[in-house]
Design a protein around this ligand. Structure first.
Ligand code: AMP
Length: 637
């Protein structure tokens, strides 16, 4: 089929001639050995893309550009926290990655071994991810904002031979030590890594465990001239796992392949982000999230672009920092989150005009709903298209957006856009599994096979992959995103929120169950419920309601305040500040159905001042009044 000219035709091509479409996209990357089959879908819903083909993510992102742009910028590191700003060319990045790969090999890491990264936003994190990709090790990056318990459960699930970490990171001028949390996590976990490789930035004291902990810098010197050849990997070998929250307390390891992911990202750089070799891409996300993996680490470099790695916040030293970087590095493609823009919107708008942002072709926003006032403010301020992306850790690249590399479809305020090529997106009735009509609410579902780049399975848990994602809608084996959506008559889809108990705080996806488990580990707490409550800046915040054991605690207002503090500190310590609820209300009981199910939606509705809905099944209606009072007081406070 001939390349299509409209997005609708392009999408149609990807669905009706799947093999032809993806064979064409596969030309965007280098294959050491050509694939024999575009898609093996003999065991639905499992997909195997580009079967038999051999390639390598590191080769495609770095080595491949050495002939044409070895001395052009590849990695631009900017830390407004430490004042360090440094650019690595493709040649320098190549050398650093080979040094890191040689260190990994010396530490016994090889193909298929897991390497867990618990790191701040520093160049060594990029070297480590690419070193894994180069030698066929599987990286598993854990967001630096997570604390010891979250880290321990991920260590146990990933089973890493090596952990790479650092003494600390910085945020808002404050040092955040990493090593104590790491030591505590290893203490808590059943699996023990053979080694921890430590980057000492001179920010925080760092204890070493003899025999296990090794320092990076001396090893880097030792392997200064290292040359580590690329390990060619079959397309379906595992490139990485990345943990994400669901409705159970146990996070899921989203597992991704090599070839499918490389092709998906390269195609998205061409069709969605329109980035060209020699230009600069700036994503203000974190390497601990999927956006960081796809559009800080791999995507831009696959396209031959330079990528900015930013350690800092959007308002430090002032609210002009992001735009100053756009001007300085002539950024053409920028990626951020609605929360960051809402934070900037609260500041003086003059910052946006102070810098020359004319190099920007578009600003992409993702990870959480983009509200209309924010979209309008930034669109008017920048004078450039602001493009909403809807996707998930599981998919690795956008499900819904507009693709200006294919057709200049105008974005529509409040909607991320249209189904992207490769995704057969349907809106289904949760009860019947039937498709809903235009302007009717349904679950956003994808008819498999999922396109390249999406998760292959849940790490070490094929059953969970099928039962979590493909078994929730009646009568059909379709992938559920667990989001509600609605489509207008022009085909623009709008996202209306989650169908499950997952909440989204400033673009960070959190499972309420995980936070509840942490809170109930406090000795005074018997039961608890956590809900997401709408917030003007962060989109949502977590709010907790705790029921105490029959103890002497919580009798006075002072003790309730003290308990609230203790519980928040506990969540901070176990899961990280990112999961800390804004309030912990102490109440006498939780609203439950007679069968014992907590009515989270009703709690949430009360917190947001909405009608709590049908409460005929509730066991003790009195507790709702308590929740109403507690939240009214907290709103007044
Ligand atoms: P994560 O896997 O952490 O990226 O979270 C994915 C979830 O974030 C989705 O299932 C949605 O609930 C939400 N989300 C991501 N992008 C958007 C968007 N553009 N609009 C609305 N919700 C979004």
């Amino acid at each position: 089929m001939e390349p299509a000219t409209t997005l609708r035709e392009f999408h149609q091509w990807s669905i009706t001639d799947r093999d032809g479409f993806w064979r064409e996209q596969a030309k965007l990357i280098y294959w050491h050995k050509p694939f024999k089959q575009v898609l093996d879908y003999s065991h639905p819903p499992f997909t195997r893309w580009f079967v038999g083909g051999e390639t390598n993510l590191c080769y495609n992102a770095i080595d491949r550009h050495l002939d044409t742009q070895a001395d052009k910028p590849a990695l631009i590191f900017v830390s407004t926290e430490t004042g360090v700003e440094r650019t690595y060319s493709f040649r320098q990045l190549h050398q650093e990655v080979m040094r890191m790969a040689a260190i990994f090999q010396q530490l016994g890491v090889g193909r298929g071994d897991r390497v867990l990264l618990y790191m701040p936003m520093i160049p060594e994190a990029v070297f480590a991810m690419y070193a894994c990709a180069r030698i066929g090790a599987i990286h598993s990056v854990v967001f630096g904002g997570f604390a010891s318990h979250s880290l321990a459960s991920r260590i146990d699930d990933a089973g890493p031979k090596l952990i790479v970490s650092a003494d600390g990171g910085m945020r808002g001028g404050r040092v955040i030590p990493y090593k104590p949390a790491l030591d505590e996590a290893i203490e808590l976990s059943s699996h023990k890594p053979t080694h921890c490789l430590l980057i000492d930035r001179g920010l925080a004291p760092m204890a070493r465990t003899q025999g296990r902990d090794v320092d990076y810098e001396p090893l880097r010197q030792k392997h200064f001239g290292a040359s580590v050849p690329v390990t060619w990997l079959e397309s379906n070998e595992v490139s990485y796992t990345l943990y994400t929250s669901g409705t159970t307390g146990k996070p899921k390891g989203v597992q991704r392949d090599v070839g499918g992911y490389a092709v998906a990202l390269a195609a998205s750089m061409k069709h969605i982000y329109c980035g060209n070799a020699g230009e600069t891409y700036f994503s203000s996300s974190d390497i601990g999230w999927v956006v960081g993996h796809s559009y800080i680490i791999y995507g831009p470099l696959l396209a031959g672009m330079a990528t900015i790695l930013f350690e800092g916040t959007p308002i430090c030293p002032d609210a002009g920092i992001l735009w100053r970087l756009v001007e300085k590095y002539r950024v053409t493609v920028m990626f951020s989150a609605p929360t960051a823009i809402r934070v900037l919107k609260k500041q003086d708008a003059g910052w946006l005009k102070k810098y020359d942002t004319s190099s920007l072709r578009a600003l992409f926003l993702a990870g959480e709903p983009l509200d209309e006032p924010t979209a309008r403010w930034i669109t008017e301020g920048l004078g450039r298209p602001v493009i909403d992306n809807y996707w998930q850790t599981e998919t690795g690249w956008p499900i819904l957006t507009v693709a200006h590399g294919v057709e200049k479809t105008p974005p529509r305020l409040g909607s991320p856009g249209m189904p992207m090529y490769g995704y057969d997106v349907r809106l289904l009735d949760l009860e019947t599994g039937e498709e809903v009509g235009p302007n009717q609410k349904g679950v956003v579902a994808i008819v498999p096979p999922l396109p390249p780049g999406c998760l292959q399975t849940v790490w070490r848990d094929d059953k969970r992959f099928v039962s979590t994602y493909f078994s929730t809608l009646p009568g059909k084996q379709v992938y559920s995103t667990f989001d509600w959506g609605i489509r207008d008559s022009d085909g623009y889809t709008f996202i209306l929120g989650r169908t499950d108990d997952v909440i989204n705080v400033a673009g960070h996806r959190l499972g309420t169950r995980e936070i509840e488990e942490s809170i109930t580990s406090h000795p005074a707490v018997a039961d608890c419920a956590v809900v997401g409550v709408s917030d003007p800046i962060k989109g949502q915040v977590a709010m907790a309601f705790a029921v105490l054991r029959d103890t002497k605690r919580g009798q006075s207002a002072e003790d309730r305040a003290l308990l609230e503090k203790e519980i928040m500190t506990l969540v901070d310590k176990q899961l990280g500040a990112v999961a800390r609820p804004t309030r912990v209300h102490i109440i006498d009981g939780l609203p439950k159905t007679r069968s014992g199910k907590v009515l989270r939606r009703s709690i949430q509705a009360i917190c947001e001042g909405r009608d709590p809905g049908d409460l005929t099944t509730i066991e003790d209606p009195g507790v709702l009044e308590q929740i109403r009072k507690a939240t009214a007081i907290s709103i007044a406070a």
